[in-house]
Design a protein around this ligand. Structure first.
Ligand SMILES: [Zn+2]
Length: 311
């Protein structure tokens, strides 16, 4: 990071329930209005959270909302925004962008289909932005309609070079890994890559690895390791984590997964099939200083299923 302008805004909001409980209730049984009401109803918690804006390089910014992170790129022809995160986040993000530039919001790019990153884009749609996503996201959004998620206008399969005002973001799809339409966003000029959910530096994978495909995840990380970049902007991280992590964080994430899988397999192969017993027995002391180490038994349970079910 060559320059850093850090703007911290103390916000009072109640995103917690919306972000985490939102995806848990059955969508198909509800109409859009009911769903919207449910989101509204799930806001009683008063929590204080930080949002944070970091200037990473000329015209590239990281915006953090609680533990969620997104980026935006300002060009002479308009602004490109990555995940809107949620209606609250997108509203604050829009204000932050307007404090920096009057350029129009031209594009919103989804990292993947999950609502906790893709919701809240309407404010940018209303401002005229076109939405871009890997094509598999469309099926997910059609099957699980969410009034808070704007449908993509532009879709692609493997690769999409997004250029605007002389700047470039390369969107790349690696097949299934987490969800089924996750893309990385590489900025060749800045030598940075924005990676959501499949690389979170020095943190264990989230709890029970929701919608992660372990084998494909490792394969994808190997492919990302072949790309040219010097730093990673992760899609998650608390306030004390920097906006840009070392390139090595991709390899470290892969090595953790490989260590996790082989350690689980070793215990499993001794005849320990009970997830609880297996999780209690597993230790990976090499990673005991990583955030979320207490999730290790949950990680182990997911990997136990991989060996027991073949999934
Ligand atoms: Zn996700």
């Amino acid at each position: 990071m060559n320059s850093s302008r850090l703007v911290k805004t103390l916000q009072t909001f109640s995103a917690f329930l919306i972000l985490f409980l939102g995806p848990l209730f059955s969508v198909n049984a509800q109409t859009s209005d009911e769903l919207e009401d449910s989101f509204e109803a799930s806001r009683p918690l008063e929590t204080q959270e930080f949002t944070e804006l970091t200037e990473i390089s000329d015209d590239l910014y990281m915006f953090r909302f609680w533990v969620y992170r997104t980026i935006f790129l300002v060009t002479d022809a308009g602004v490109i925004v990555a995940d809107p995160i949620s209606p609250q986040a997108a509203g604050i993000l829009m204000e932050e962008i307007r404090n920096i530039t009057d350029q129009p919001i031209k594009y919103v790019v989804y990292s993947h289909e999950h609502w906790d990153h893709a919701a809240g884009g309407q404010i940018f749609k209303d401002a005229g932005a076109e939405f871009i996503a890997q094509e598999n996201c469309v099926d997910f959004f059609r099957e699980r309609p969410n009034p808070l998620v704007v449908m993509p206008d532009i879709t692609f399969n493997d690769f999409y070079e997004l250029t605007l005002g002389g700047k470039t973001i390369e969107l790349q799809y690696f097949g299934r890994n987490h969800g089924n339409c996750l893309v990385t966003m590489r900025l060749p000029e800045e030598r940075l890559i924005f990676i959501v959910d499949i690389v979170t530096p020095k943190r264990l994978p989230f709890r029970g690895l929701p919608d992660f495909w372990p084998e494909d995840w490792i394969r994808t990380l190997r492919e990302i390791e072949q790309l040219e970049f010097d730093g990673v902007i992760p899609g998650h991280g608390p306030d004390d984590e920097p906006a840009v992590a070392a390139r090595s964080s991709v390899r470290e994430q892969r090595e953790f997964l490989e260590d996790l899988m082989s350690a689980v397999k070793e215990i499993y192969d001794t005849g320990v099939y009970d997830p609880q017993v297996l999780g209690d027995r597993l230790e990976l002391p090499k990673y005991s200083d990583w955030r979320g180490y207490e999730w290790l038994p949950l990680n182990a349970e997911r990997i136990r299923h991989y060996y027991h079910l073949g999934w």
